[in-house]
Ligand binder design. Structure first.
Ligand code: AMP
Length: 216
């Protein structure tokens, strides 16, 4: 299966992508995670991306397109995958199309996790994640709290909040989402790939709706 997960910031794409990747053995490619890691390691990509990520703007298309297409140029390119947070613009969707055509890897589906703006603003300040490489577990104070507040259930590392998870930045990320990413929906609908599911409620229920929409 080759899937794109799309939706507003904080809709649960990362959480659902991790579940799908683990249970269906798909490679999880999250451009937000890749960029945050590059920023932490102060690589040249990270230094270029940092000012955009900090204020909730999209990093330039070329930068993120290169990041993804490099992964597909390698001999160990994923044959099945879940893309989380990419593509986010029509330019990125077209770049991805050409990469996938080149390697004969057509998409199976594009899943929209639909959550309204008011709910996103309410949710985003409760997000916590484990910063440990190779763990990256995510929690939410309301819907998925860690057993001990502030501590990762899986590896006991102290949890952190993303710098861009504050109300002001999330409002600007929502504006960017509506302007740049929502136009992808008719694009994928035309190709018959779009499945839309409600992204509110219990994590497992949302996962089951997603699986159902993919007929697996
Ligand atoms: P995410 O973790 O997916 O919410 O992404 C966090 C931030 O990384 C976004 O607000 C953007 O600044 C940047 N980013 C992630 N993916 C992309 C993308 N496909 N295109 C442009 N910027 C991106």
């Amino acid at each position: 299966m080759r899937i794109i997960l799309v939706g507003p910031p904080g809709c649960g794409k990362g959480t659902q992508a991790k579940l799908l990747s683990k249970r269906m053995k798909l490679e999880h490619i999250g451009t937000g995670d890749l960029l945050r890691e590059a920023i932490r390691n102060e690589t040249s990509v990270g230094l270029r991306a940092k000012p955009f990520v900090e204020v909730g703007n999209l990093v330039p298309d070329e930068l993120v397109n290169d990041l993804v297409s490099e992964r597909f140029q390698r001999d160990d390119r994923p044959k099945t995958f879940i893309l989380d947070g990419y593509p986010r613009t029509l330019m990125q969707a077209k770049s991805l199309d050409s990469v996938l055509v080149l390697h004969g890897l057509p998409l199976t589906a594009v899943v929209l996790l639909d959550v309204c703006d008011a709910e996103i603003v309410k949710r985003v300040t409760g997000r916590w994640s484990c910063p440990k490489l190779g763990c990256k577990a995510t929690f939410h104070t309301l819907s998925n709290p860690s057993k001990i507040a502030g501590i990762c259930d899986d590896c006991q590392t102290v949890l952190v909040q993303r710098e861009d998870d504050n109300v002001e930045t999330v409002k600007s990320r929502l504006t960017v989402y509506h302007k740049d990413t929502v136009p992808l929906l008719p694009y994928y609908e035309q190709n018959g790939l779009l499945k839309s599911i409600h992204g509110t409620g219990d994590i497992e229920q949302i996962y089951q709706s997603m699986v159902h929409s993919l007929s697996i």
